[in-house]
Design a protein around this ligand. Structure first.
Ligand SMILES: Nc1nc2c(c(=O)[nH]1)N[C@H]1C(S)=C(S)[C@@H](COP(=O)(O)OP(=O)(O)OC[C@H]3O[C@@H](n4cnc5c(=O)[nH]c(N)nc54)[C@H](O)[C@@H]3O)O[C@H]1N2
Ligand SMILES: Nc1nc2c(c(=O)[nH]1)N[C@H]1C(S)=C(S)[C@@H](COP(=O)(O)OP(=O)(O)OC[C@H]3O[C@@H](n4cnc5c(=O)[nH]c(N)nc54)[C@H](O)[C@@H]3O)O[C@H]1N2
Ligand SMILES: [Mo]
Length: 758
């Protein structure tokens, strides 16, 4: 039954020497201090520093080195010896900088001084913090409250994030969209709708007990490599892994643990997936329907023969609604539709379903391959359907595992960075701070982009990130961004979003979490929340990249003091002096989740803030978990036709979102360039293309707007027919802002309708 898995594009396993070589290359390119090595040793351990890269959990029983290739690269990038100083800006006009690539921009090094844009010379010039805050405050005071957006990328810790949300609400709006609006918002809205929880239900110990893992559209080898360690352990004790992904991703094929001397010296590879199914982009609903069909059939058979039921009927009866309708849809679904929409064979889906049925405890893992689709929320409802058939949620060793991106992306939402007013205890804020928080919902990213393009939105504050480069309709956005009255970027590195300055524009350089944060009350720690809802303290130790940097929290306080009317309950200076006071405020605002916050800050593995669905308490309107009857079998949301492809935008292991560390995607065998379009051999021949030919991708969204990306080299790749791939963020010019998940408005970046022009 097992299907041998091989990645024809790369012989290299994930991890292994390739991973060490890749880190070594970055060390030689970035000139970090020697203390970089010490820094890696402190990573993700109690009393140490929480990785600046992704949100993968920190184990309670940590090993000598709790870092991965990704974390090492993120650390190197922050600790680089390169500096981007005022003299660099004196030499380079903003117009000239627009010709730099994403890699070249960030490679200039850490920002060192607060900068103001001078339109006369088209240059950023050095300014003082006091002048910057005063000018930002004066501009904000004059703007209508609804016209200002407070964007956050998921880097900043819980303390800064809580104050950032407070700043926006005290200013007068809930315009607090976040990077997750382009990422796991589908989870925040879609998962919440069906199980009442907006986040994953499993904890670390569940991974140690699971008998099977089902992966849908998540790529641990590139994006959360430390996940490969518990997967390797799981494989050793006989757990099965089934993967649904259009691309054969190396990390899901085989892994050599770079932290195991034996593995490294012997080259011992652990095979990861037992079964690897190359579903079409957008074909997961059909694939999961196929699995459900086999499970239900097996249950029907068991019932007829008086055997043990395959469905967990006790769970379904006690805990769920909507089962009968869903069951009807499973009976009605026919294999020819399932095969067509998923691109998979019935026999393969039966083999996968057998693994599911044979496992007592199953974890369903997913990422952007499910969330970034027009019917992404239905994808998520479907994975929940699949898990619930056998009671695989809210019990040991089983559950739902959305893998989050940025290191504190989940935590920022927990402490109030939310555009949806209902998600925040506004009454508590009113009691604590004595002002009336706005009750009207704020803008999502999609609303913000549309508001910018039609001129309604006039100012952006960005707590990290590179919004201009991360969103769809990039060209229109660049024009719109520069028309704003105010752009304020709180950043560590230069990126494209800095290069379309508003009438008043500032770049405010901040400390990285790796750096020592000295305030009036001494050295400060911050904290972050991981994908399993555990909260860990983090203490920076390295010398700041420049003496002129401020912490994110101090910058937020500086803006707040210059902007907001005097209010004795808003104690910005006290909070800046001692972050423990901010943690007290967080505890006061969310007492159930943050009990004894300061005392528990450095618990090994982090402290658990809890999750109702993990305990089978369903915070849905009915008080039950919901079976969803799918009204379609595909998630991509447009009609298929000749010459129209589903374009997936993908990441390499040599990037972190819009931060491009280098041009080596060794897992996919793509070196030295990112300007490629990956296509199956069959599609290439049918389209009369040849390998290496340069082509242009053209949006086929059909709203009359031109969207093109030229100069992409054709590369044959092992992909399902009709599905092609190109890199994010470069391919973002091809996506339309109206192409998004219906429920959550997450941009549908994994199936963009395009044509290929030779
Ligand atoms: N090295 C690195 N690490 C990162 C990041 C990074 O850019 N680089 N970004 C961070 C962030 S913010 C996030 S959110 C996470 C993202 O991490 P992931 O969730 O893993 O995101 P992606 O790599 O965009 O896509 C995941 C996989 O989905 C597959 N896929 C695409 N379409 C479909 C589909 O329709 N169905 C299925 N089943 N699969 C599909 C792709 O082939 C890809 O392997 O990673 C974080 N970690
Ligand atoms: N087509 C397509 N588009 C996508 C995606 C996709 O898969 N396909 N993925 C989406 C996803 S999942 C996400 S999360 C978004 C990412 O969108 P963003 O989060 O907005 O983008 P990043 O590239 O993570 O931001 C990088 C910048 O953050 C700043 N930075 C780094 N570290 C810090 C820090 O510690 N503090 C501060 N203040 N600033 C810091 C640096 O200046 C750096 O240039 O993009 C989305 N866009
Ligand atoms: Mo993300």
């Amino acid at each position: 039954m097992d299907q041998p898995v091989a990645n024809p594009e790369s012989e290299e396993p994930a991890g292994g020497w390739g991973s060490l070589k890749s880190i070594a290359r970055m060390v030689s390119e970035n000139h970090p201090p020697l203390a970089f090595l010490e820094e890696l040793g402190r990573q993700n351990k109690p009393g140490g520093v929480m990785c600046v890269s992704c949100a993968w959990p920190k184990p309670k029983n940590y090993s000598a080195f709790e870092f991965c290739e990704n974390g090492a690269k993120g650390t190197l990038w922050d600790l680089t010896g390169d500096r981007c100083t005022p003299s660099f800006f004196a030499e380079n006009s903003v117009t000239k900088l627009r010709t730099f690539s994403d890699h070249e921009l960030e490679k200039t090094g850490r920002l060192t001084h607060p900068l103001r844009y001078d339109a006369g010379t088209d240059r950023y010039v050095e300014t003082s913090w006091a002048d910057a805050f005063a000018a930002i405050g004066a501009t904000l005071k004059d703007l209508p409250r609804d016209d200002v957006v407070f964007y956050a990328s998921g880097h900043a810790g819980l303390e800064a994030s809580y104050l950032y949300a407070l700043l926006a609400r005290a200013y007068g709006n809930n315009n607090l969209p976040q990077s997750s609006n382009m990422c796991h918002e589908t989870t925040s809205v879609g998962l919440k709708k069906v199980i009442g929880s907006p986040v994953g239900t499993i904890v670390w110990e569940d991974m140690e007990k699971a008998d099977a893992f089902f992966f849908f559209g998540q790529n641990p080898g590139s994006n959360s490599p430390r996940f490969l360690h518990p997967l390797q352990e799981a494989k050793k004790r006989g757990a099965r892994i089934v993967t649904f992904n259009p691309v054969i991703e190396q990390g899901l094929v085989s892994f050599v643990n770079p932290q195991s001397p034996v593995d490294m010296l012997t080259g011992h590879e652990t095979a990861i997936s037992d079964l690897y199914l190359q579903v079409r982009a957008g074909g997961d609903i059909a694939a999961m329907m196929g699995l459900c069909k086999v499970i239900v059939e097996a249950d029907d058979r068991a019932q007829a023969q008086g055997g043990t039921r395959v469905l967990d009927t006790a769970f379904i009866e006690t805990h769920t609604t909507g089962f009968d309708d869903f069951l009807d849809s499973v009976h009605t679904a026919c294999w020819s539709d399932i095969e067509r929409e998923s691109g998979l064979k019935e026999a393969d889906l039966r083999a996968a379903a057998d693994i599911y049925i044979g496992a007592e405890r199953v974890i369903g893992v997913y990422g952007m391959g499910l969330t970034q689709h027009v019917h992404g929320a239905l994808n998520i409802a479907m994975i929940v359907n699949l898990l619930m058939l056998r009671g695989n949620i809210g019990r040991e060793g089983a559950g739902c595992c959305p893998v989050r991106g940025h290191s504190n992306v989940q935590g920022q939402r927990t402490v109030g960075i939310a555009e949806k007013a209902e998600l925040v205890p506004l009454d508590t804020l009113k009691d604590l701070f004595g002002f009336d928080p706005p009750t009207q919902d704020g803008v999502t990213i999609v609303d913000a982009v549309k508001g910018l393009i039609d001129g309604r939105i006039k100012a952006h504050i960005s707590l990290g990130g590179n919004l201009l480069r991360a969103v769809p309709d990039q060209e229109a956005m660049e024009h719109a961004w520069a028309r704003q009255d105010l752009t304020v970027m709180i950043s560590t590195k230069l990126n494209r979003s800095h290069l379309f300055p508003g009438r008043t524009a500032y770049i405010l350089p901040c400390l990285s979490r790796l750096e020592r944060d000295e305030q009036a009350g001494g050295t400060q720690s911050v904290s972050t929340e991981d994908s399993f809802s555990h909260i860990s303290g983090s203490t920076g130790k390295r010398s700041p990249a420049s003496p002129n940097l401020k912490s994110e929290l101090a910058i937020i306080a500086g803006i707040a003091k210059a902007t907001l009317p005097a209010n004795p309950k808003l104690k910005w200076d006290d909070w800046t002096g001692n972050y423990a006071l901010v943690r007290d405020l967080i505890e006061a605002t969310y007492p159930d989740q943050f009990r004894d916050y300061n005392q528990r800050l450095f618990e090994p593995g982090g402290f658990y803030r809890g999750n109702d669905a993990h305990r089978r308490v369903w915070k849905t309107p009915s008080g039950k978990a919901v079976f969803t009857t799918p009204d379609r079998l595909n998630a991509h949301g447009f009609a298929d036709m000749d010459g129209r492809y589903r374009l997936m935008t993908i990441r390499s292991n040599d990037q972190f979102n819009t931060t491009i560390y280098g041009y080596s995607d060794r897992f996919r065998g793509i070196e030295g360039t990112r300007n490629v379009v990956l296509i199956s051999w069959g599609d290439m021949v049918e389209a009369r293309l040849v390998e290496g030919q340069k082509v242009t991708l053209v949006s086929d969204f059909g709203d009359g707007r031109e969207r093109r990306l030229a100069g992409l080299e054709v590369r044959v790749h092992t992909l399902p027919r009709g599905t092609i791939a190109s890199y994010y963020p470069e391919a973002n010019v091809l996506n339309a802002i109206d192409h998004h998940d219906e429920l959550s408005k997450t941009p549908a970046s994994k199936a963009i309708p395009v044509r290929i022009e030779a």
